[in-house]
Unconditional design. Structure first.
Length: 72
């Protein structure tokens, strides 16, 4: 998922992507309630847990633009 997220960011100037090693950043693990990897957080609103087929991942990332509520 990291590679795909980075490709999306390269293709679109409105997208940024960063990969974080959970064992090296426990404060981020707590902040984003990481219970498994890979975990993708989009715009602080959408959580994608686990590996998905590319088309599904892209669909979920793009669907985030229609979701006005941030994560609680």
């Amino acid at each position: 998922m990291v590679n795909l997220a980075q490709r999306l960011a390269f293709a679109n100037p409105h997208i940024t992507a960063a990969a974080v090693a959970a064992v090296e950043y426990p404060e981020l693990v707590r902040q984003y309630r990481v219970t498994g990897v890979p975990k993708t957080v989009v715009n602080e609103r959408t959580e994608i847990l686990g590996a998905l087929p590319e088309a599904d991942f892209v669909s979920q990332v793009l669907a985030d633009t229609n979701d006005p509520e941030p994560l609680a």
